[in-house]
Structure formats: C-alpha cells, structure tokens
Design a protein around this ligand. Structure first.
Ligand code: CP
Length: 294
C-alpha cells in the first residue's frame, strides 16, 4: 500500500521504517536529490495550511518531483465541483500521487477506494494528520533517542484534533504512553479508553508536553472559557513552564495562539521544539513521498 491515509493502518515496523528514512533525508547535506523527477504530484488543499502545504512542496521539490499546486479557492470547487470530481480530473491528467487536505472526516477513505493513484492524507477533519504525527515522533526520537517508555501529555482541544488522534495511535504503537488534559467541552470521550484524562498539574509531569491549538473555527457551540480563562486553566504559561522538569520538551503542531494555549516567551524557550518540529516536517514528507512513488 503506497497511500498514507492514517497512522491507524500502519504497524510499528512501518512507522520505524518511515522514521529511518526521515533520518536519512534529515542527514543529507545536499538540498536537491532529484530521484523522483519523472513523477507528478498534486497538492490538493481543500482547507487552509501553511506548514503542511509548504513542507510537502519543499519535500517534493528536494526530490525533484514535478509539483502541481491546487488551491480550492482558485479552482472550479468555487463553482460547486466536488472533491471527488476534482481528484478524478487531476488523475485523468496523469498525476502519480495526490496530497489531500480536507475538512470533512471519512471522505478521504472513500476517495482512496475510487482512484488508482496513492493518496496522502495532509489532515482530514478531526480524523488523522499522519505526517504531523510522524514529524512529532521523529522530533521526540531525535531528542530522547527512543520512543519506547516516553510519557507524552497532549493538552487542549482534543475533541477537534486530528493531531491528538494520529499521535495517540502512533505513540502507543511505538511503546510510549499518552495522557490527555482538556476542558470538559474539548474532550473526546471515545478516546478515553486509550489514554486517561488527567489534571493540568499531572499533565505537566511528562517527558513531552504537547500543547494543541484551540480550534475556534471548529467550535460550533461556542467556547465556554474566554481566552484569558483558558490560559489561566489550561495554558502553558511562563509560570507553569518554569516548573517543568529540565528534561521535559515542549511541542505544539502550530499555528499557535500565542498567550492563549502557550505564552509568547515559552514558544521560543530552550525547552521548546516547536520550530524544529516544522523543520522535521520536510524530511518526514520526503520519506512519505518516496514510499508513495517508488
Ligand atoms: N501543523 C499544521 O498542520 O499546520 P498547517 O495547518 O499550517 O499545515
């Protein structure tokens, strides 16, 4: 299988293999290794993105891939064309793979069953964001040496988070343990069987403290806590960050709501790995692209 629809469908050895290839690409000093120059890939983003979109493009270009960038707002989607017809259209033109970001969960799986090219999930609703989890695991592995036995706290808007779900599946498969911390209206009760919900005080006692963005755009019923109340109760404030164990690392998939879920000064503190996470997104996506096309 050359598609990557989610971490749920990978086993530990496949994850290890992808992380191994990520390390290989991360250690290459040459920026351009055009081994995939005979391949055409469309990046199809039906939802906004900065990091995922551009790091896929960087990864593809570093491998010499011929890149087609599709943005829904500048396409016939605006005339009512469906996601399926859009992907089929690009497939008819001869693309060899598609990188797809979608708002609704579940659509990508259906789409993959109807096309003959590998599809790579660049984030689908609150379902999965597999390349984000891979870059998060790579960042942890690079820092700690191994993933087995790590304790990872994921704090914030779990309900709407595909990042939390993909990390949960990936970390538990690799022998790490996950715990969640979230206000009541941001919890995902169906995940409680896989990771306990703990207090903020408890969540800060971990090897990795992963903060999540409060996804204001996805809260149909409104936010119960104000930004200031959220920061006080669930934010990684400077005061809380100062109490973390010196060996703990701080992560966030970004974009960041500075001074809501994480204080401005903490984003760029010595324990933060937020910008290295973004850097690691490129070799991870090179590894995923290589798997899809070779
Ligand atoms: N972390 C992440 O997926 O960021 P973008 O939404 O900017 O791609």
């Amino acid at each position: 299988e050359r598609s990557l629809l989610g971490i749920k469908e990978l086993d530990a050895s496949e994850i290890s293999q992808l992380l191994g290839r990520t390390a290989y690409w991360d250690n290459q000093s040459e920026k351009l290794t055009p081994v995939l120059r005979a391949h055409f890939v469309a990046n199809m983003f039906f939802e906004n993105s900065t990091r995922t979109r551009f790091s896929f493009e960087m990864a593809e270009k570093r491998l010499g891939v011929q890149v087609l960038n599709f943005t829904a707002a500048a396409s016939s989607v605006e005339k009512g064309e469906s996601i399926y017809d859009t992907v089929r259209t690009l497939e008819s033109m001869g693309i060899d793979a598609g990188v797809v970001r979608l708002k609704p969960a579940g659509v990508l799986q259906q789409l993959a069953g109807k096309v003959n090219i590998p599809l790579i999930n660049a984030g689908d609703g609150n379902n999965e964001h597999p390349t984000q989890a891979l870059l998060d695991l790579y960042t942890m592995r690079k820092h700690f040496g191994e993933l087995k036995g790590l304790k990872v706290s994921i704090i914030g808007d779990i309900m709407h988070s595909r990042v939390a779900r993909s990390n949960l599946w990936a970390l538990t498969k690799m022998g790490a343990s996950v715990q969640f911390c979230a206000p009541a209206n941001m919890q995902a009760p169906e995940l409680a069987a896989y990771a306990p919900y703990v207090s903020m005080e408890e969540a800060l006692k971990a090897d990795v403290v992963m903060m999540l963005r409060v996804q204001l755009e996805r809260h149909a019923s409104g936010i119960i806590l104000s930004a200031e109340q959220y920061r006080e109760q669930f934010g990684l404030t400077e005061e809380r960050a100062a109490k973390l164990d010196a060996a703990t690392i701080i992560m966030h998939p970004a974009p960041v709501n500075r001074n809501v879920e994480i204080d401005d000064a903490v984003v760029e503190s010595s324990q933060s790995r937020i910008f290295p996470q973004m850097a690691n997104g490129v070799p991870v996506r090179m590894a995923v692209m290589e798997r899809a096309l070779q």
